[in-house]
Design a protein around this ligand. Structure first.
Ligand code: L34
Length: 304
């Protein structure tokens, strides 16, 4: 039986329409809208593409959006003062510094400088700590893992007692999603294994997975033989493997490929996310949700 395709772009529309409604309600009652700043340093084409999508989405929801593009050679000091400025701006509820940053800037220093109450990426140690504690402690779940969990739930895939294997141990995806799915929570309660570049036999671990989450950044890493028949496969890889001319716009666009061989994997999996149109759009959607929630925490109409 062919796999169910878990479409990030469809789930996105459902969530965004709920957010749009709530933004209007809060605006009517309090005269405030969620404010998001996206800081982009340099001109990495992938980063530019993602930030542009974030800005467009925020605008489409009626957010206040401040797009702040900075040159590659901005000093660390100047970047830190920029963050301080937005930390002190009461109309801004979310601050996002797009990663990766240029070599000369200490990423840790930058992420630690963001006010944890405006850290809609969930990368500040306080928010990572809260995520590990779980339950009502969680304030800003990081966007990609939150999107993954939402897709699993909405696809009707049971996590309770499931064998989850996460490929990759990054701070952005692997570590947080592993933590989220092992929490004592009806949408988690999984038995989680994290595998990585030093794991002895990747394939044998993957074959046990009821839910296989691949965030390695290696195009086509997971071959069909690694997939347990009927498993749910979440492909987090968005690898730029070439360029083509878009049929729609006539412009040059990147050719994207996931970490999973989609065409073969879909014959074996029970459910699978595509690339593009899978996890990527969900990442942006959950950023919008965190930014709305940041305003709701500020107004005291939501607690964490
Ligand atoms: N600070 N840096 C910070 N926060 C993040 O959450 C991110 N991430 C990752 C990179 N750096 C970050 C993103 O935003 C990855 N990421 C991201 C966001 C969106 C998409 C992919 C990755 C996305 O929308 N992908 C589309 C294709 C977009 C295109 O054509 O380029 C997709 O359908 O997969």
């Amino acid at each position: 039986m062919a796999a169910k395709i878990i479409k990030g772009i469809d789930i996105r529309e459902e969530i965004l329409s709920d957010i749009r409604k709530e933004v209007q309600e809060i605006k009517a009652e309090y005269g405030l809208v969620p404010g998001l700043t996206t800081i982009l340093v340099g001109d990495n084409p992938a980063s530019l593409s993602y930030v542009t999508l974030k800005v467009e989405t925020a605008n489409s929801l009626g957010f206040k959006e401040v797009q702040d593009s900075q040159p590659t050679d901005i000093s660390e000091e100047d970047l830190l003062s920029l963050i301080a400025k937005y930390n002190n701006d009461p109309t801004i509820h979310g601050i996002l510094v797009q990663l990766p940053l240029p070599e000369h800037i200490d990423e840790k220093k930058v992420l630690y400088a963001i006010d944890p109450d405006k850290d809609v990426d969930g990368f500040h140690p306080i928010n990572i700590g809260r995520l590990m504690l779980g339950g009502s402690e969680v304030k800003f779940p990081p966007c990609t893992p939150a999107g993954i969990q939402e897709m699993i739930i909405r696809a009707g895939v049971n996590t309770d007692g499931a064998e989850v294997v996460v490929v990759g141990r990054s701070n952005i995806v692997g570590k947080p999603i592993a933590n989220m799915l092992l929490q004592k929570d009806p949408h988690a309660n999984a038995t989680v294994t994290v595998v990585h570049t030093h794991t002895k036999d990747l394939a044998s671990h993957c074959r046990r997975a009821d839910i296989l989450i691949v965030a390695a950044g290696v195009p086509g890493l997971v071959s069909p033989e690694w997939i347990k028949p009927g498993a749910c496969v979440i492909d987090v890889g968005v690898n730029r493997v070439g360029e083509k001319i878009s049929e729609k716009t006539g412009k040059k666009v990147a050719v994207l490929r996931g970490d999973v061989d989609f065409e073969e994997a879909r014959k074996i999996a029970g459910a699978i996310t595509p690339v593009p149109g899978g996890v990527g759009p969900m990442t942006i959607t959950m950023l919008m949700k965190n930014t709305l929630n940041s305003l709701k925490y500020r107004l005291g109409i939501m607690q964490a």
